[in-house]
Ligand binder design. Structure first.
Ligand code: HEM
Length: 487
């Protein structure tokens, strides 16, 4: 598993550029030629990088070819790099194959920091906000009710809910982006997900990342690489036809409340005083890819983790349910109810803490010489914000590996300041506000209407270790979903 992955948008670590070493930083011994490359191929990389932090400290270096990677595993250091010194560390590493999957570096998630990137991100951000203000709440509520019906139809038979969570999360994004939602069995949805997942997993394969470090290999036949090119072409066809279809629809109906409409309109606007860079349709195309990839597996994985943890501590489920009944009586929750529902908020925070679904964020690159925690960090050093490690830092969290939502309640002493599940600074997750509303509403709807029960005896409780690739997911498990009396 050579993909180091950051987020949904991942950046395999071994595709990086040369730069100077940083000799004073601690780190594991490195092998001739390979450096510490093998460390990056370990199973459950976030766990492994965290165990190295316990040995070498919350800031240490790894060598990968002629690249230095600095791993940060404390909230304070991650904040220093991403927030306080954001302008030093807002870059992304460049790579040959990264350019292929990101439309020549023109995606928001993998694009390097530049004036064009800033304009791109700003336009996507305002399109997202505009569209969210108009309809996000209603879109999520509709999907939550749809999910409720699907769960009712299971009639308490043991089921694996991961696909249902993916469809619900994906429909929120496709509605915002294209004004479209899909049925679980829709071939169009299967095609889109199949292709995006394949790209993420192929891009992480060693056969493909080797092309970044050893350019001569690009001349040899490489079937996985040929498949990657085919999948990227397929993805681009699907997105292009959506955008085209969307343009025609807008012409016919003269409407356009979606993100795509907003982005397309911004292409026709004259540049503002401060803007010197015009965006192209490729930018709209890649923003669409960013939102679809970024917004689907993350939210779905988080829902999977929530159910898994609740099966291990059913009393937490009872507490949240009784809070929902007391505060809301029989009505469904609104996002504005969140401050009145501290147990639910504590549950959400604790799952984000224990299983940040983008455990290593997306690698950053120092765009100039700088420093972190007093160590000199030369330009082009790659920074891995180990969010998983920071969320398990024993200096910050009492009993860091235990699932205890109560740590965030009165008297629990834990502070959300040390939580960084969405990263921070210039590269803060673009979908943070969407994700927060989704996590709240989906969870509140689910726990109001259903009780989640283990599908068998204690041995069948979900394994909580997880599978870490781009996104940190729970291993497949089955659950019985029992409707509550209110439903
Ligand atoms: C980036 C977390 C949901 C879109 C990121 C990053 C993290 C993250 C840690 C990397 C930040 C960095 O590089 O420092 C999460 C979590 C989610 C979630 C925990 C849900 C539980 C979403 C959603 C969307 C989205 C719903 C879209 C609607 C993006 C994009 C980026 C990103 C486009 C790249 C930002 C950039 O490079 O400037 N996310 N995310 N994410 N996320 Fe999310």
């Amino acid at each position: 598993q050579s993909n180091v992955v950051g987020s949904t948008l991942l950046y395999p670590l071994n595709r990086l550029l040369p730069h100077t070493l940083s000799p004073s930083l601690p780190g594991p011994p490195s092998l001739p030629l390979l450096g510490n490359m093998l460390e990056l191929t370990r199973d459950h990389l976030p766990n492994h990088l965290t165990s190295l932090a316990r040995h070498y400290g919350n800031i240490y270096r790894l060598y990968c070819g002629n690249t230095t990677i600095v791993v940060l595993s404390s909230a304070e250091m991650i904040r220093e790099a991403l927030v306080k010194k954001w302008s030093d560390f807002a870059g992304r590493p460049h790579s040959y194959t990264g350019d292929i999957v990101s439309g020549g570096g023109r995606s928001i998630s993998l694009g390097d920091y530049s004036e064009a990137w800033r304009t791109h991100r700003r336009l996507a951000h305002s399109a997202l906000q505009r569209c969210s203000a108009q309809c996000l709440h209603a879109v999520i509520q509709k999907q939550a009710l749809g999910l409720r019906q699907v769960l009712m139809d299971y009639n308490e038979t043991p089921v694996d809910l991961s696909e249902d969570f993916t469809v619900a999360a994906s429909n929120v994004i496709t509605t915002l982006v294209f004004g479209k939602e899909y049925d679980k069995s829709s071939p169009e949805l299967q095609r889109l997900h199949g292709c995006l997942n394949e790209i993420v997993s192929l891009w992480g394969s060693p056969w493909i990342s080797a092309l970044d470090s050893f350019p001569l290999l690009r001349k040899l036949p490489n079937p996985p690489f040929s498949r990657l090119l085919k999948e990227v072409a397929r993805r681009d066809d699907i997105i292009r036809s959506h955008i085209q279809e969307y343009k025609e629809l807008c012409q016919d109906e003269g409407t356009g409340g979606t993100i795509t409409a907003s982005l397309l309109q911004s292409l026709d606007q004259p540049l503002g005083e401060k803007e010197r860079v015009a965006l192209t349709e490729t930018h709209v195309h890649m923003a669409t890819v960013d939102l679809l990839i970024g917004g689907t597996e993350t939210t779905a994985a988080w829902l999977g983790w929530t159910v898994a943890f609740l099966l291990h501590r059913p009393e937490v489920q009872c507490r949240v349910y009784s809070e929902l009944c007391t505060v809301l009586d029989t009505r469904y929750p609104q996002y504005s109810d969140r401050l009145k529902l501290p147990c639910l908020s504590a549950l959400i925070n604790e799952v984000l803490r224990l299983r940040p679904v983008a455990p290593l964020a997306v690698p950053h690159r120092a765009i100039r010489d700088s420093s972190i925690a007093g160590y000199r960090i030369p330009k082009d050093t790659v920074i891995i914000p180990n969010l998983y490690g920071a969320h398990h830092d024993p200096a910050m969290w009492i009993d860091p590996y235990a699932f205890k939502p109560e740590r965030f309640l009165d008297g629990g002493r834990a502070s959300t300041r040390a939580l960084l599940p969405f990263g921070g600074g210039a590269r803060l997750c673009l979908g943070e506000s969407i994700a927060k509303m989704e996590l709240f509403l989906f969870t509140a709807y689910l726990l109001r209407d259903f009780q989640f029960l283990p599908s068998g005896n204690k041995e069948t409780l979900p394994d909580l270790t997880g599978v870490a690739s781009v996104v940190l997911k729970v291993k497949p498990f089955q659950v019985i979903v029992r409707p509550r009396p209110l439903t």
